[in-house]
Ligand binder design. Structure first.
Ligand code: DGL
Length: 272
């Protein structure tokens, strides 16, 4: 068995999810791919995010990944459905591509007592309304408001997210979200980069509000998926190998990736 689980993100953010996936499922072989040369995806059009994501999914298929996880909310919001419905049947009918929005929306309603939640995400994810649509299916009684945080990914990618300069944009987006609904008791971080800004968020968040980050939810859901789908699980190698690729310069990637992954990474550059 040479199959691997592919984990994809526009750049570094998916490493926060990957870290939790390997804690939950250390035995499998994995390939992580960050499209750093073309990140961030957050403010790009539907067509562009779809095109870039499909190209990267194809690269992962070429690297023998019968299962690819889009560990990126923006790609999950803008590209996943089309890839699943239109492309997969043509290019790789036996392969599977999963996202991070579905597993998160299946459980998010269980966290809130007031049934009022807020979502922080990229502009692309907010505009797609994917969270609103999916949450409505599982928790129709839930009141959901969203806030786009376009400055957070650049702050995080430049390692400025815990600097004094970040306070302004943390307070600004927090105030805009809470102004929309005073009854919020739960805030979801719906961007895989945002767990890094959590320490700063905690300085400003009112005590009665909890923050939910999705990495553990996604990892647990992947474990359950593999249990339900032995036809996919049986294709994945179980030697604990982890390969990392970036579409940008490997040295840059390796330096910053440690922030997200918590350990040193030795990635290779792959051309897109
Ligand atoms: N990590 C991506 C997400 O979860 C966002 C980063 C980007 O804008 O490329 O939405």
């Amino acid at each position: 068995m040479n199959g691997k689980i592919g984990v994809f993100d526009s750049g570094y953010g998916g490493l926060t999810v990957f870290k939790e996936i390997i804690k939950e499922l250390p035995q499998y072989d994995y390939v992580y791919l960050g499209d750093n040369a073309r990140a961030p995806y957050g403010s790009r059009s539907f067509e562009t995010v779809y095109k870039f994501t499909l190209e990267c999914v194809q690269l992962l298929f070429d690297m023998e990944c019968p299962l690819v996880i889009l560990a990126c909310n923006t790609a999950s919001a803008k590209a996943l459905r089309t890839i699943q419905q239109k492309d997969l049947p043509k290019i790789a009918p036996n392969n599977r591509v999963l996202g991070v929005i579905r597993p998160t929306t299946e459980v998010i309603g269980n966290y809130s007592h007031t049934k009022h939640i807020g979502i922080f995400a990229t502009e692309g994810t907010v505009k797609s309304e994917s969270y609103l649509i999916e949450i409505q299916k599982f928790f129709p009684e839930l009141n959901v408001v969203q806030q786009a945080c376009p400055m957070w990914v650049p702050l995080i990618e430049n390692n400025e997210h815990l600097s004094e300069g970040a306070d302004y944009f943390v307070q600004k987006y927090m105030q805009s979200l809470l102004k929309q609904d005073a009854q919020i008791d739960t805030i979801l971080l719906a961007c895989t980069h945002y767990p890094l800004i959590l320490p700063k968020l905690k300085q400003y968040i009112p005590d009665h509000i909890q923050i939910v980050s999705q990495e553990k939810i996604v990892a647990k859901s992947l474990k359950e998926y593999l249990q339900r789908h032995p036809e996919i699980e049986s294709k994945i190698g179980k030697r604990g190998n982890r390969f990392f690729y970036t579409t940008a310069e490997a040295d840059w990637f390796n330096e910053k990736a440690e922030l997200f992954y918590g350990e040193k990474i030795n990635a290779k550059k792959i051309s897109k």
